[in-house]
Ligand binder design. Structure first.
Ligand SMILES: [Zn+2]
Length: 79
């Protein structure tokens, strides 16, 4: 069993902040053991994962890379 830890994610490019509770074992698998972010945190949205990985929120990411097709199947297309 693993306890949840609270991650405070902050966008480097704007004031966006998000608090995420994830199992500590998942976080350690990614941060400590080099597991793939999208596999460990497949229950998070693509935007949340990007915020963890690169410190870029969904809004800013789409601003910087408006034409990139996300590989994730669960991407939410806002039209
Ligand atoms: Zn941002």
């Amino acid at each position: 069993m693993s306890e949840d830890i609270e991650l405070e994610l902050q966008c480097k490019y704007c004031d966006y902040e998000e608090l995420l509770n994830v199992p500590e074992s998942d976080y350690n698998a990614w941060a400590g053991n080099g597991a793939l972010l999208q596999e460990v945190f497949d229950y998070l949205s693509a935007g949340q994962r990007e915020l963890m990985k690169s410190g870029t929120c969904d809004t800013c990411w789409n601003k910087f890379f408006p034409n990139i097709d996300d590989e994730d199947e669960d991407v939410e297309d806002m039209g």
